[in-house]
Design a binder for this molecule. Structure first.
Ligand code: AMP
Ligand code: MN
Ligand code: MN
Ligand code: MN
Length: 283
């Protein structure tokens, strides 16, 4: 049994500094209003929102952990590693994230070229218009542009018909190396967490086993169990995985936008009592 009370922690969320639509301040207020006790802003590959998020959380007496969600290429697949409780001024992680972000501008131009070929002009400028941070142009910004342009009715439809493998606008990309990403997080004093393990359907069971074991070997400590990306069945599945491999368990909505996210900040089932929460690492 875990001796930590099951608090309303939301340790995965995005602001306009990556591909969310709310500012760090708006997110802090929303988290507070929704009864969150411990919050982390985890923008993709970017720490530019951390000062604002921490200041807003402090002003609201909301406990805060500095966070990030790092894009990683592992066995040819994209996976996401969340870092929690990092020193967001640490030079090593800042430089690692800068390198990770680096190819996004060029990738965005290639995405736009593909969309042009299927009769959708102006996608680069359109996506950039939606990006709050021009260093962090993401598929989400293209998805918003395609909805705005009337190509799809919502971003879910976009990710079914565009921007994913075998569809127009898919550009394979090499993100950070897993060992490097975990090393940056550890060097910055943080805890590395495998984000939404239920989303990696292109990795088979043996590859997932290899991922958990390797991640553990290199000092990864936790996996997300309760996340906006998991179904209730997957809460069970990944709760068992956490126990089996000896991982701490994390909880986070992966909230991006009031208009797009089906799970609001803090609005998730609590972590089951028998799992050891990732925030136990910070007491
Ligand atoms: P990128 O890092 O530019 O490849 O963009 C990845 C982002 O696209 C993710 O962080 C999600 O916010 C969004 N995304 C990916 N797949 C989907 C999906 N099926 N539905 C909605 N959003 C998605
Ligand atoms: Mn995202
Ligand atoms: Mn993710
Ligand atoms: Mn995320």
């Amino acid at each position: 049994m875990s001796s930590f009370s099951p608090i309303n922690a939301d340790l995965h969320s995005h602001s306009v500094i990556s591909d969310g639509t709310l500012t760090p301040e708006m997110l802090a207020e929303r988290a507070k209003a929704n009864g969150v006790h411990l919050w982390a802003l985890t923008d993709h590959d970017e720490l530019g929102g951390q000062n604002r998020a921490r200041a807003a959380a402090n002003a609201l007496k909301l406990d805060y952990l500095a966070g990030v969600e790092i894009s990683v290429t592992w066995m040819g697949e994209t996976i996401h590693i969340v870092g929690l409780g990092i020193d967001d001024q640490h030079a090593g992680i800042i430089e690692g994230l800068r390198m990770t972000r680096d190819g996004r501008g060029n990738r965005a131009k290639l995405i736009a070229e593909q969309l042009l070929k299927v009769g959708i002009p102006g996608a680069y400028e359109g996506a950039l218009h939606h990006a709050g941070n021009h260093d962090l142009i993401s598929r989400t910004h293209f998805a918003r542009f395609l909805v705005e342009a009337g190509v799809c009715k919502d971003t879910q439809q976009v990710f079914k018909n565009y921007l994913v493998e075998d569809k127009p606008g898919y550009v394979p990309h090499m993100w950070a190396n897993l060992d490097n990403a975990v090393a940056w997080i550890k060097a910055a004093g943080g805890v590395a967490v495998i984000a939404h393990p239920g989303r990696y359907s292109r990795l088979n069971a043996m590859q997932m086993d290899e991922l958990y074991k390797h991640f553990k070997d290199i000092g990864g400590l936790a996996i997300e169990v309760i996340t906006g990306s998991h179904t209730p069945d997957q809460y069970q599945t990944f709760g068992k995985i956490a126990q089996q491999y000896g991982f701490l368990a994390s909880r986070g909505s992966d909230f991006h936008s009031p208009d797009e996210s089906h799970i609001d900040l803090g609005n998730l089932p609590l972590l089951p009592d028998h799992l050891t929460p990732v925030w136990s690492a910070f007491h």
